[in-house]
Design a protein around this ligand. Structure first.
Ligand code: EPU
Length: 417
């Protein structure tokens, strides 16, 4: 399952380029099912979840080919065959295949999707919304079946701004009959990217990035080339790594405009930040200052995916902080490992932790339990005194192209075996 070894305590220095966004790439790959012709997705990150999605698309009849960091996908002969169970179960985003398959074939059969163990992650909103689009559902212990004689647009109100549910409605709506209106849509940049890609293929969508998205169904979509946007969470991970380890770094190709919430907090913690359109230069303070209260929120608020990485910084900050997790109910799984490394983190209630910043953490053997928690342990290891071993790094590979290589380029002593 892989182990990362880190010799901590070395300030970061240098420049790296940011990878393409995982959470933009996955639904866009699913969306290629809706297209007649070949799509070329440039700057697609070569990570485990993207390979899972590639495998799923191939099992459904797509022809795929990597050309450097671009992946060409052509849905040649789509059939609703068996999808590899390991790929569906291993990845939450296999759920976006539901909307895409309904749009393409009028039916879908999926094993209940898996993903990180960060909460219950129900799919009730996806199902309720698609039912309003004339989709019928059936299920047994492990499988979900969906079918529709003709997808029909409708007026759908989401009770909370779910990213995945918004994406599934868009995927089902672009080839549906008539107009689909989503009220309470997710505003995340990854939703905007999905809409931009679909528009490049001929879809008619308005309002992406706002709470109200309007889709006018079209007859057909055509192949297109599209550049996957850069990964705001990967970029944020490196910003926080520099905060914990100290030093000064330059992030090239960073999605700067999407990172305000993180960069504001980083400045509050004492960093010097200089932004240009696609670059972030930062100088970390000698020791980060604590922040009295941070809470995660939907975009443009502080992203839940950077909550664990932030904990690793606050663990060595000067003063005490409080972090509240509002999106997922089980996203403090790294707390015992941070405590094992000498952090003083206390769970106040199910959603809140209190952190008493320590001068230093100490290296230890810890275990990655999910993607962003794993990245947070890497950050903790970079700042800790001595050696840290992180086991089960397979989780980290799901979202980062090569976190060890990137951090080595910034001068860290880190390698994986
Ligand atoms: N929810 C429901 N019912 C639903 C759908 C969602 O109760 O039908 C709840 C979830 O349980 C959660 C909240 O709504 O508590 C938000 O979930 P959302 O649907 O917005 O999240 P998601 O689509 O499952 C995506 C990202 C996550 C990211 C969240 C929030 C992908 C593949 N995943 O998940 O990314 O944390 O949005 O921004 O895009 C990660 O990259 O590590 C990751 C977990």
């Amino acid at each position: 399952m892989g182990t990362i070894h880190i010799h901590g305590g070395i300030p970061l220095q240098g420049a790296i380029k940011i990878q393409g966004s995982k959470n933009a790439a996955l639904p866009i790959m699913a969306a290629t099912l809706l297209v007649s012709g070949k799509c070329l997705l440039k700057g697609c990150p070569r990570i485990a979840d993207v390979f899972y999605m590639q495998k799923l698309l191939e099992s459904l009849g797509c022809v795929t080919r990597w050309e450097g960091d671009a992946i060409a996908i052509e849905p040649v002969n789509i059939c609703m065959g068996e999808m590899p169970a390991d790929a569906v179960k291993g990845m939450r985003s296999s759920l976006t295949l539901l909307g895409a398959l309904l749009g393409r074939c009028g039916k879908a059969a999926l094993e209940y999707p898996g993903g990180c163990v960060i909460g219950k992650r129900p799919i009730d909103m996806h199902i309720k919304a698609l039912k309003q689009m004339n989709v019928c559902f059936g299920e047994n212990d492990s499988m979900l079946y969906a079918w529709s004689k003709k997808l029909q647009g409708g007026r759908i109100t989401l009770e909370c701004a779910s990213v995945g549910a918004t994406e599934n409605i868009i995927l089902a709506g672009v080839l549906a009959k008539g107009k689909t209106e989503i009220q309470g849509a997710a505003k995340e940049p990854e939703v905007v990217a999905l809409c931009d890609f679909l528009k490049a293929c001929g879809a008619q969508i308005e309002g992406a990035g706002t709470e109200q998205i309007c889709i006018e169904g079209v007859e057909k979509l055509y192949g297109a080339e599209y550049e996957i946007p850069k990964d705001r969470i990967a970029a944020g991970t490196y910003v926080l790594a520099c905060m914990a380890a100290g030093g000064e770094i330059l992030l090239k190709n960073a999605p700067v405009k999407e990172m305000d919430a993180l960069l504001d907090i980083t400045e509050q913690m004492g960093a010097f930040i200089q932004k240009s359109r696609q670059e972030i230069y930062m100088q970390a303070p000698k020791r980060p200052k604590a922040v009295s209260k941070v809470q995660t929120a939907v975009y443009p608020g502080f992203p839940t995916d950077l909550q664990s990485p932030l904990l690793s910084v606050l663990a060595v900050a000067d003063g005490s902080s409080e972090v509240k997790e509002n999106i997922f109910e089980n996203r403090f799984r790294i707390v015992p490992d941070l405590v094992n490394m000498g952090a003083k983190v206390q769970q106040v209630d199910a959603r809140t932790v209190h952190i008493e910043g320590q001068e230093r953490l100490k290296g230890a053997v810890v275990t990655a339990r999910e993607l962003r928690g794993g990245a947070a342990l890497v950050i903790a290891g970079l700042s800790a005194q001595g050696e840290t071993g992180i086991k089960d790094t397979i989780y980290i590979d799901r979202g980062y192209v090569n976190i060890c290589r990137d951090l080595r380029e910034l001068g860290a002593r880190i390698y994986s075996v």
